[in-house]
Design a protein around this ligand. Sequence first.
Ligand code: ADP
Ligand code: ADP
Length: 237
Amino acid sequence: MIQFIDVQKTYPNGTIALQNVNLNIEQGEFVAVIGLSGAGKSTLIRCINRMHDITGGRLIVDDVEVTRLRGKQIRRFRRRIGMIFQSFNLVTRTTVIKNVLVSFVPDLPLWRKLTGLFTKEQKIKALEALDKVGILDKAYVRVDQLSGGQQQRVALARTLAQNPDIILADEPIASLDPVTSRMVMNDFKRINQEMNISVIMNIHHVEVALEYADRIIGIRKGEVVFDGESRRVTKEI
Ligand code: ADP
Ligand code: ADP
């Protein structure tokens, strides 16, 4: 469902971030992208939802040629792809449930989203999403009163509320302690297994990647140097 064909990405300043990338990722896979800092992990993930444009080759998601999407089509396309960041990207001075509800009104400016009225159905959906990540009891708490782990789960709930087929996660546990990291990884794993949502995640903790992901993609200097099942990973990557 996600196909990279000879993908290249060169930034405007000349940095070659990806080259000769060929990948095929099926629905329901849990993939960890590993590699040193600067290897191209984040670029690879961000090309999938067109946060970055590829500069060569082809990228196909669900039969859609990603480079051909324009304006409104890009926004609609992104609705099917959840994105989770290291820094959570939440509005911290409002409640957890508001942060989830904003995912139902993607095209409004943020201030209008936050003051918007939501239907009962939307609220139920938001609460269900919070329940899936174990923080239903925090629904009416302000985000800035939550721990880092809880905030990342709010971000995950916000993404789930939009019913994505794919969740992209860019270093989701990089700012969390080891214990909290495992809780968040367990949430990803559960979502992947129970809802068949594909998870593609950048991670620099190799041991955690091996433990949770089914498939590892190793990149070095913009090129895929390993692609296979986690249990086949050898020391040299
Ligand atoms: P990783 O996620 O593995 O740390 P990145 O994908 O962030 O790697 O970066 C890959 C390479 O592209 C690095 O050399 C980085 O400095 C460069 N790079 C990333 N973003 C930009 C940008 N916006 N402009 C120019 N170079 C960039
Ligand atoms: P912190 O982020 O401060 O480390 P957490 O919010 O991760 O704390 O965890 C607080 C409590 O909630 C812990 O006792 C943990 O056992 C429980 N917990 C954390 N994640 C989940 C989850 N996904 N499902 C159920 N319980 C959880």
